[in-house]
Design a binder for this molecule. Sequence first.
Ligand SMILES: [Fe+2]
Length: 328
Amino acid sequence: MAKPGSILIVDDEETLRYVLNRKLSKSGYQCDEAGNAEQAIAKLVLKPSDLVVLDIEMPGKHGNELLPEIQTRFPETSVVMASGVTDTRVIAQCIKDGAQDYIRKPFTLDDVLLSVTLALEKHRLELQLRDYQKTHQYKQGLRSLFLGTIRTLVSTLEANDKYTAGHSQDVTEVALAIGQRLNMNSEELDDLYWGALLHDVGKVAIDPRILNKPGELTTEEYRHIMTHAMVGPHLVQPLVNDAVVSIISHHHDHYDGGGLNQLIARDDIPLGARIVAAADAFDAMTSDRPYRPAMSLPEAYIEMKRCSGTQFDPVVVNTLLGLSQHSI
Ligand SMILES: [Fe+2]
């Protein structure tokens, strides 16, 4: 079960050290011996072992006094106590001080082998878990830092333009309200949050003169602006999961498949993208643009209904309009 490891056998009985050394070495462990606490520390300083089999009653410092010192100075080393001491308070204290196991003498060699194998395996798993937690926390911290930076970038870009200031934040609020009404779970809502907030991040690559052009766009200009749905996913791909990337990629897809360069339609378009598409268009309709003033709410409702089933998912439109009557 366990991979071979190194073991230091600490016991004042030479014969016992010898038989334990033989048994454990035969099972693949690299063994070394120490006859007292001082020798044990000297050997550990020289080369820390994966595990120490530790007697209690020895001349000089006793094993139960050595145990906390090993735990503090060599935290990667696990300890199994092997002793004739039967005082339950001493045994309990050893376990409290971090011993993985307590084998009572007289023991069989198989008892020791089993205890050592389990202790090493348990310790190895604990170290793996600790490393995983450290890496996970680090990655999470790094991700929040990057996403925070991108969020700031989006709001800075929008703040420079009075027509789009706060647009991504507004779209996010509406999208989340729709998602909640459609019973999305917390993971899906989290993806929807990031997808909605970053849906237009690709506009950093768009010529601002075209982006803010008053008046109608040429076909070429329209195609240029629409490339933001392809650029955005590449920008954020290293930082967000695939679901968020899909929302950004498909937020201009038409429900009936009639959008620009569109490969999928209807329910094949991720629900998050269908929601952002409707929330995005609704927010745009009800905001002033360089080329037209904002529509009134009734006008926007009529326009959303007109495009329901073609540009937008009808279920999403109905949910949005139901929501609008109450809260928008
Ligand atoms: Fe967009």
